[in-house]
Design a protein around this ligand. Structure first.
Ligand code: DI6
Ligand code: FE
Length: 402
């Protein structure tokens, strides 16, 4: 009888264990996997038995890097349609307002998503999902938010679930019905919030199809008071919350989500020191979205030094969406986190592993290489973890374990 299903030896392991330093590195490391769990972790020299009798499969990493499977904790990757025409118009000098007046912007994605059948939506979302997982992503959060009514939000969430099931990838679903005001509620935002609170959240909760509730708290989205109503409804149904907070202006969104012990405050460019302190108190993760920062040519940096000072876990995610983050590459996002937002490569890797797990409330299961956790691992064609943030346009995945 073998002790393990798989044994990886001679690996440069970046465990990314919570609270560890220098990537929680183990040189010449070994990882024993049984039943999809990490059942042994140490150095290759620490294994005394004859190696080839220990596991059904022996994998010699030959000094290459092994990290936890990457986690993309904030995506809008399920949507229909394409907005490259808007990208082109903007770069030809057409104002955003004019594009929106002509039916562009977020509501054009809503129209396309509503029109698409379940299968069309699945087929259109699939390449984005496959691109993400080809880079070693083993857990993906996917939001609704382009349906904006019960039926179409549910269609999006079912597509998200199916993507995960068909590819053996952990998908966490987030209800973002409070993303924009649907056309039929134009000028009646409070009535739409009422629908979300009294019907959409309760029905989704009863179906058990959402893990979390999110909202877009912004001048062009929903107010502090409206967001609070959504969070109260989520709380009534026992659902955790997270928030698109303080992206374009400071509406005290990060403090609000902290007040509800929220999992994460995302974007956070305009977050105040007072809100940072509230996040620290509540254990709310700061999710940085460097792609949106870059595409919008934002100049206001998130209060990263304050996050560091108050030891707030910093996560990093693609924000994969057709408007402000046309990207399904978590590796290029890590590079952008380093260059645009001045994270260190170690912070960037923490941001897509253990801290991203915390942003989803699943840090007991995934996000680091530790005894008992799921054996979601990536073996890379490089030695140093810094290589992942450093070189662009090179997918160094050698093998994914999930
Ligand atoms: N923040 C954004 O920047 C977007 N959504 C959000 O919550 C934009 C999404 C889109 O333009 O489709
Ligand atoms: Fe987003």
């Amino acid at each position: 009888m073998f002790k393990w299903d798989k044994l990886i030896i001679n690996a440069n392991v970046a465990t990314m264990a919570e609270g560890s330093h220098n990537y929680g590195k183990i040189k010449q490391g070994a990882i024993g996997i049984l039943g999809g769990r990490i059942e042994w972790l140490g150095t290759t020299a620490g294994i005394v038995n004859s190696l080839d009798t220990l596991a059904k499969e022996l994998i010699d990493a030959k000094g290459c890097l092994v990290t936890p499977g990457l986690i993309d904790c904030h995506t809008h990757l399920v949507f229909a349609g394409n907005r490259s025409d808007e990208f082109e118009q903007r770069l030809n000098g057409v104002a955003y307002e004019e594009i929106a007046r002509n039916g562009g912007g977020i509501l054009s994605t809503v129209a396309a998503t509503r029109k698409a059948s379940f299968d069309e939506l699945y087929q259109q979302s699939l390449p984005r999902f496959l691109a993400l997982i080809s880079e070693g992503v083993t857990t993906v959060e996917i939001k609704s938010g382009y349906g904006l009514d019960f039926e179409n939000e549910l269609k999006m969430l079912k597509v998200a679930k199916k993507l995960g099931e068909e590819h053996a990838i952990d998908v966490k679903t987030t209800l973002l019905a409070a993303h924009a005001i649907p056309p039929e509620f134009k000028g009646k935002a409070d009535e739409y919030i009422e629908l979300i609170c009294t019907q959409i959240i309760p029905q989704m909760a009863e179906l058990g199809i959402v893990d979390c509730v999110d909202a877009f708290c912004e001048g062009i989205g929903f107010s502090y008071a409206q967001t609070k109503r959504v969070f109260d409804a989520a709380a009534r149904w026992g659902l955790p919350v997270k928030l698109h907070a303080d992206q374009l202006s400071d509406l005290n969104g990060a403090a609000l989500v902290a007040e509800y012990s929220g999992l994460s405050a995302d974007h956070v460019e305009y977050t105040s020191l007072k809100s940072v302190k509230a996040m620290a108190q509540a254990g709310t993760v700061a999710v940085l979205l460097p792609y949106a920062f870059y595409i919008l040519k934002e100049t206001q940096l998130p209060p990263i030094d304050a996050f560091r000072e108050y030891q707030i876990p910093i996560a990093v995610s693609t924000d994969c969406n057709p408007g402000t983050a046309p990207s399904s590459s978590l590796l290029t996002t890590m590079n952008k986190a380093c260059i645009e937002l001045s994270l260190t490569p170690e912070e960037a890797l923490k941001g897509v592993t253990i801290n991203a797990a915390m942003a989803l409330g699943i840090e007991e299961e995934v996000g680091s290489i530790e005894f008992g956790k799921k054996a979601h691992l990536v073996l890379w064609n490089c030695q140093s973890p810094a290589d992942l943030s450093y070189w662009q346009g090179m997918n160094r995945v050698q093998r994914i374990f999930n």
